[in-house]
Design a protein around this ligand. Structure first.
Ligand code: COA
Ligand code: ZN
Length: 308
């Protein structure tokens, strides 16, 4: 492996905002539908190109997002912004079509036990379901993203072999899924693993179709992003404020914070098209509805500086 050079990095990065979905689904406090809509509308004004707005999954699985239909219908759809929703099966796709959704995300994992617990399917079954969902979604002209969870480690099985991730990614790519997001669901990855997995994936897939989804559970998310940039990956998922990671809940694993990612990228001279202050405003507005402080370090530093 060559040393980090930090000279040949992508000049522009796409940040996929997942706070309203991955973030909120992990929040304990009940967030009202009106608060979610206001939050997403503020995020829409920041220049983010993709916002994952909600999730059309079973309300029994994720009660926090049981108002998905109303949230999606009510948010202002800004031109140029892709509003993504998570869909687990045909029923979710039907709901998405009824709500006027134009972009969906399907999700599976690289380890069997996690997949079973999360969506009650084997990986193979999930690929069958998503094959059918993806076909119909594409016929309807939708953009389709695919998430693979537990790519760097599974809470039940421990280490996940690189070949298993590559196999699932190839299956998703063959279905015609536009973008594949490689998830470190439990936040265990270190930069060397990111380089290794990125290299393996890129022998099968063009880098333009790959995204990385880091959780900052052990504080390695930004280091992992720098490693992925070195591997020419230019799409990263992040959650405004670091939403989803409650500092008082043991084992809570928040997404890397959008503000922290923007601060890092802008400081490195990489363009995102996103206004950090506007993301911060969205985070601050939502924070009153939460039962804890936001975890984003950049958010906190900017708020403290503004308070004098
Ligand atoms: N939207 C709304 N309701 C749904 C649904 C959807 N997309 N899919 C299933 N349901 C309902 C069914 O109608 C059924 O309701 P009923 O009990 O009132 O008859 C119930 O959920 C169970 O349906 P079933 O098809 O047997 O699914 P399951 O119990 O095997 O659960 C999933 C499978 C995929 C629907 C469920 O595990 C799920 O939604 N998981 C999402 C988890 C998630 O979002 N994780 C975070 C992302 S990483
Ligand atoms: Zn996540």
């Amino acid at each position: 492996m060559s040393a980090l050079s930090l000279t040949n990095l992508p000049p522009r990065v796409k940040v996929v905002e997942v706070g309203p979905r991955d973030g909120l689904q992990n929040e304990k406090a009940h967030i009202s539908t009106a608060d979610k809509i206001r939050y997403i509308d503020l995020l829409s004004e920041s220049g983010l190109a993709v916002i994952e707005a909600t999730s059309f999954v079973s309300p029994k699985a994720i009660p926090q997002l049981s108002d998905a239909d109303e949230v999606f219908r009510s948010i202002k759809k800004r031109d140029g912004v892709t509003y993504l929703v998570l869909v687990p099966n045909e029923k979710g796709l039907n709901r998405a079509i009824d709500a006027g959704v134009r972009a969906i995300a399907v999700f599976t994992a690289a380890s069997e036990t996690f997949t079973k617990r999360n969506i009650n399917m084997t990986i193979e079954e999930s690929l069958d379901v998503f094959g059918a969902v993806t076909r119909r979604a594409r016929e309807a002209g939708m953009w389709v993203r695919g998430y693979i969870s537990t790519c760097f480690g599974c809470p039940y099985e421990g280490k996940v072999p690189v070949e298993n991730v590559v196999r699932v990614a190839e299956s998703l790519a063959e279905m015609g899924i536009d973008e594949i997001s490689i998830g470190d669901t439990i936040g265990v990855a270190t930069p060397n693993q990111v380089v290794e997995l990125s290299a393996a994936l890129q022998t099968h897939l063009p880098v333009e179709r790959l995204a990385m989804h880091f959780h900052d559970t052990r504080g390695t998310a930004l280091a992992n992003i720098v490693a992925a940039l070195e591997m020419q990956i230019a799409t990263f998922d992040a959650s405004s404020g670091g939403l989803g990671g409650c500092p008082y809940a043991p084992g809570a694993s928040g997404n890397v914070a959008t503000e922290d990612v923007l601060y890092l990228l802008h400081g490195m001279g990489i363009e995102t098209g996103v206004d950090l202050d506007k993301v911060r405003l969205a985070s601050r507005t939502l924070s009153g509805a939460l039962d804890h402080e936001l975890t984003s370090k950049t958010f906190k530093a900017l708020e403290a500086a503004a308070a004098g």
